[in-house]
Ligand binder design. Structure first.
Ligand SMILES: [Zn+2]
Length: 461
């Protein structure tokens, strides 16, 4: 071979290698970064850490009894080490490329168990995850009764303040407690219309309800979500827009872990459904508190996801505060807060700030029944949308007994000469910020023939 031929061969080989790598990169878009498992008295949880959201199927097989998860376009990153398995339900974890080309993870079980499989979005310190929960046979002790799972998705709606506590008082004289109750009643109305959903109000009149009572209602009712409705206020006019808060109290969680190790048999988490707990079961109030903040992973991730879903709906009807959007305005963001009302439930909980009463224009808007209705509907639609995508274990929704009562829908619009984003927003009954966010726009400059995605707001009969 001449030097030139030699170089050609080398280049061709290199080209082929690059091509192979590119193709391989495209086929295996997702990587398994790790496989973890842990066990509580009522549940065995297997977590697949992934580089991308899982595209998966799962099923059960007999002889031997096992659950399999088939992951599309997935390969393990390096060799995956799994902690030695010592479990009541789980015998072993195997994984390899299956005959169908999917990457198959097999969980060998000691007995047949109905798995509960769901995805979790990244949330610091975790990335994308696929969770497989294997509930144990639940044995109730005296302190744990009524473990029958709910058939309905149970939503506790909490109208902030009330009675002697007016909440924020707007420049216009409007009380926050009246705004929150009006909006909470709309949320209740929409959700109660939806098959498969049930609402419990923490208050339904102008009276005080202690914060402890509000969160205990959510816990004792074993709610799937606690939604607290508020309106913001600061001591200067100007700030505008809605936002959503969740609780992320690192200190409480580290205390919880300490406590949990010492009191493992008090853990009462059943396949994603909090079981009934009775405060008399605990000697010290702080034990009660820590117990109910677990498991952090599930509660916090769910809270964040529900919060984002609500923000997405709210962006169609109201402006969002800058804190409710990421810096590039391409995604919604919930804010961590140590609000007392959100603490001490092991129920996913969000606190919705519907706008600023301290800003006159927004206070006037929040006083109108039409805006209260829009915001209330948006909160309810956000909740419906989340639970349609993530139906809780054992509910009519997850078993297909009722159909998802809500679909988030969009249409595409081609910009005409002379259109402005403001006019398009107005014509479609959505906000400019919602169009900016949905179309990844950094300013409201648009051009002729540009295609815009526009949310279609569901109309109720
Ligand atoms: Zn408030």
């Amino acid at each position: 071979m001449t030097r030139l031929q030699c170089r050609r061969v080398a280049l061709r080989t290199l080209g082929l290698l690059v091509l192979t790598l590119v193709v391989a990169g495209q086929v295996h878009a997702n990587e398994i970064l790790g496989i973890r498992w842990n066990e509580s008295p009522h549940n065995t949880r297997i977590v697949l850490d992934l580089s991308e959201p899982a595209d998966y199927k799962y099923g059960q097989l007999d002889n031997p009894t096992r659950v399999y998860i088939d992951l599309k376009n997935t390969s393990p990153k390096g060799s995956i080490r799994v902690r030695d398995i010592d479990s009541r339900v789980l015998k072993s974890i195997r994984h390899a490329v299956g005959s169908n080309g999917m990457y198959r993870v097999v969980l060998d079980l000691t007995r047949k168990v109905e798995p509960n499989v769901f995805k979790l979005d990244p949330y610091n310190p975790y990335g994308h995850r696929l969770v497989i929960d294997l509930p144990s046979e639940v044995k109730l002790d005296d302190c744990s009764t009524n473990n029958e799972p709910h058939k309905d998705v149970v939503v506790v709606v909490d109208a902030g303040h009330g009675g002697e506590d007016p909440g924020a008082i707007a420049i216009t004289g409007l009380f926050e407690k009246h705004v929150t109750l009006a909006i909470a009643r709309i949320v209740q109305e929409v959700l109660e219309d939806a098959p498969g959903f049930r609402v419990i109000m923490t208050r339904d009149g102008d009276y005080e309800v202690p914060l402890n009572t509000r969160r205990n209602i959510a816990m004792m009712e074993r709610a799937h979500v606690f939604v607290s409705v508020h309106a913001d206020s600061v001591n200067r006019p100007g700030p505008k827009g809605g936002s959503v808060f969740v609780l992320d109290n690192g200190k409480a969680v580290s205390e919880l872990n300490k406590w949990h190790v010492q009191n493992e048999n008090r853990s009462d988490w059943v396949g994603g459904v909090a079981s009934w707990v009775n405060s008399e079961c605990f000697d010290e109030p702080n034990q009660y508190r820590f117990l109910n903040e677990m498991p952090r992973d599930f509660v916090l991730d769910s809270s964040v996801a529900i919060g984002k879903s609500v923000l997405q709906e709210m962006s169609s009807v109201a402006g969002l505060h800058p804190r409710a959007l990421t810096k590039n305005r391409r995604d919604f963001r919930v804010t961590d807060a140590g609000y007392l009302v959100l603490k001490s439930t092991h129920v996913p909980s969000i606190l919705v700030e519907t706008g600023y009463l301290s800003t006159p224009s927004e206070a006037r808007l929040l006083a109108t029944s039409s805006h209260q209705r829009s915001v209330g509907e948006a909160i309810a639609f956000g909740v419906l949308s989340y639970f349609c995508d993530n139906p809780p274990w054992h509910t009519d929704l997850s078993r297909g007994e009722v159909e998802c009562p809500y679909n988030r829908t969009f249409k595409t619009y081609r910009v005409k000469s002379g259109d402005t984003l403001g006019e398009i927003a107005l014509a479609n009954n959505v906000s400019v910020s919602s169009l900016l966010q949905m179309n990844n726009l950094n300013s409201d400059r648009i051009y002729t023939d540009q295609l815009l995605t526009i949310p279609i707001r569901p109309r109720r009969n």
